[in-house]
Design a protein around this ligand. Structure first.
Ligand code: SAH
Length: 235
């Protein structure tokens, strides 16, 4: 497990994305996140879109279906394969590639909008800094980064329930982390990000349009879904 020494509590989650995707991971709900549907309907998603950490592509494919030019990147090959399969099945055009977000600058192009559903909150403090640099390289001036991340109001995860609620996820996590059963409640999970952390990170060269309380849907027990939805434009 990765060690973190940051302000917000956290744990490397999951220990291994490749193994999480062997089952159906808790975040992979098989439909777009409601917050992204609402942003699109409100006209806030403009032009070309890059979905960072796109997973199996539901948000990207939803925006492609609304007529946006969409690229999705993720460093987990199995997730990208699934996204590509879904695009073909649904007759949608979107470009999905295996790429680490810390290499975003190698894309060699910019987008009007970047969306993030559940990526930012897996980064350590050091990774956040690298990520913001990479983000700046792929978003045009005046373009906007939308981020949906877990917040500090979220209840700590109680994975003792996962064995029954999500046996597939449980057994894959247990394979990847033999000590999984010994973890205490809240020892494990995405970071619970504070507004102050977001404001501090994006203070130079960015304009924070809003950070508002939102819901991140998941396959976990009801009530887990406290998130910040941030809209941040590049100056
Ligand atoms: N956006 C998707 C997936 C969220 S889970 C959804 O809403 O369902 C976070 C995703 O980020 C995982 O698919 C994981 O493979 C990916 N990821 C984590 N760290 C990454 C990195 N450094 N580079 C690229 N992708 C990363």
């Amino acid at each position: 497990m990765r060690e973190h020494k940051e302000k917000s509590d956290t744990i490397g989650f999951p220990p291994n994305f490749e193994s999480a995707y062997q089952g159906e991971p808790p975040w992979d709900i098989g439909r777009p996140q409601k917050e992204y549907i609402q942003l699109e309907q409100a006209g806030e998603i403009v032009g070309s879109v890059l979905d960072v950490g796109c997973g199996t592509g539901e948000n990207a494919l939803y925006l492609a279906a609304q007529g946006h030019e969409v690229w999705g990147i993720d460093f987990t090959p199995i997730a990208i394969e699934r996204a590509q399969e879904k695009a073909a099945q649904r007759h949608l055009t979107a470009t999905f590639s295996v790429l680490n977000v810390f290499e975003l600058h190698t894309l060699g192009r910019t987008f009007d909008t970047v969306i993030d559903s559940g990526l930012f909150h897996v980064f350590s403090d050091e990774e956040r800094l690298l990520f913001v640099d990479n983000l700046a390289a792929v978003i045009r001036r005046g373009g906007t980064y939308f981020m949906l991340c877990g917040n500090e109001l979220a209840p700590k995860l109680d994975y003792s329930k996962w064995k029954d609620l999500m046996p597939d996820v449980y057994s894959n996590l247990k394979d990847a982390m033999p000590d999984f059963d010994k973890l205490k409640e809240g020892d494990f999970g995405p970071r619970r990000v504070t507004q102050a952390e977001i404001r501090e990170l994006f203070q130079d060269g960015w304009r924070i349009n809003y950070i508002r309380q939102a819901t991140m849907e998941g396959r976990m027990e009801p009530g887990v879904g406290y998130a910040w939805l941030s809209s941040i434009s590049k100056e």
